[in-house]
Write a protein that binds this ligand. Structure first.
Ligand code: ADP
Ligand code: MG
Length: 293
């Protein structure tokens, strides 16, 4: 009887846009204690637009945008796209940058007119041992409270500007959290974004556990942390950065147009980028495997 049940389950899953790469993981989905979601692009739309710029005295906003857009180069990161778009919209002239370097989970670095320039978030500031100057602190605090992502421009060791970017919580995320709570599943969120933004999104959605400012290489240790508490854990993500966490999880779920690396690390692939499919997956697992007991 077992092969038959599995067969039914697999085709049912496929019809629901779920590709199962590991049947054991699919079976474990019915017993999950906790599900960890990547924030950006999964629980939120991930479409950042620059909504505010603040600079220190002596630097104007257009100059700051011109530098930041140049440092972002042709980075595919959503933050990079938002900054380039904002520079375009204001018609600021692009600066010439060389020696680009992507600093995973922190930001980007380049050389402009012989000077070293960085753009990045709190993890970058930690790395550079740099601090937000008093004249930019209230801008950054207010943005954080409004769940806006803030990145900073650091030129030759001096933090000269801050950019606030807005992301939007997806409508379905509210229903996903409620539905998982009804199934007695703890909902967690994992992000490289700041504590402020993470907490604002988590409060809004009623998320139980928040891991923020996590570097890509540390994401899997957060999965492990919940497993060490004796929990059976699923991870839902789409990025290259999420791959080790997907591998570590008892059930690794790649979602939407996930990167190849994420897809190859996952047990289940959700074809549509709809977090509600995570709830469907748990319910399908419960319904399918009950028959086998
Ligand atoms: P996530 O966990 O949302 O996938 P990432 O690991 O991609 O986040 O990035 C974490 C943080 O690193 C971002 O919130 C931002 O502060 C910073 N960062 C990453 N890439 C860039 C970039 N290209 N430009 C500016 N900041 C960046
Ligand atoms: Mg991501």
């Amino acid at each position: 009887a077992i092969p038959l049940v599995v067969a039914i389950n697999t085709s049912l899953a496929a019809r629901n846009g779920m590709l199962i790469r590991d049947r054991i993981a699919m079976e474990q989905a019915r017993d999950l204690d906790a599900i960890i979601f990547d924030k950006t692009g999964t629980l939120t739309e991930g479409e950042h637009g620059v909504v505010g710029v603040a600079t220190i005295d002596g630097v104007d906003e257009d100059e700051a945008l011109a530098l930041a857009a140049a440092v972002e180069g042709d980075s595919e990161h959503m933050i990079a796209r938002a900054i380039r778009e904002a520079a375009d919209e204001r018609g600021v002239e692009a600066r010439r940058a060389t020696d680009f370097e992507a600093m995973k989970g922190r930001g980007v670095r380049a050389t402009i007119d012989g000077r070293e320039v960085f753009v990045g978030g709190p993890n970058l500031l930690d790395h550079l041992d740099s601090e937000v100057p008093p004249d930019l602190a209230s801008f950054a605090d207010e943005a954080g409270e409004n769940a806006q992502t803030v990145v900073y421009l650091v030129r030759e060791g001096e933090l000269v500007a801050a950019f606030a970017m807005a992301d939007v919580i997806r409508e379905t995320s509210y229903r996903v959290v409620d539905a998982l709570h009804e199934l007695d599943i703890e909902v967690a969120m994992l992000t490289g974004d700041s504590e402020d933004v993470a907490n604002a999104v988590a409060d809004e959605l009623g998320i139980d556990t928040v891991f923020a400012e996590v570097l890509p290489e540390d994401k899997d240790t957060k999965v492990q942390q919940l497993q060490d508490e004796g929990k059976l854990v699923a991870m839902v993500g789409d990025g290259v950065n999420d791959a080790p966490a997907l591998t570590r999880a008892d059930v690794g779920i790649a979602i939407g147009s996930g990167t190849d690396v994420a897809v190859q690390s996952a047990d289940v692939i959700l074809v549509q980028n709809n977090p509600m499919d995570v709830v469907r997956l748990v319910k399908l697992s419960k319904a399918s495997y009950r028959k086998m007991q």
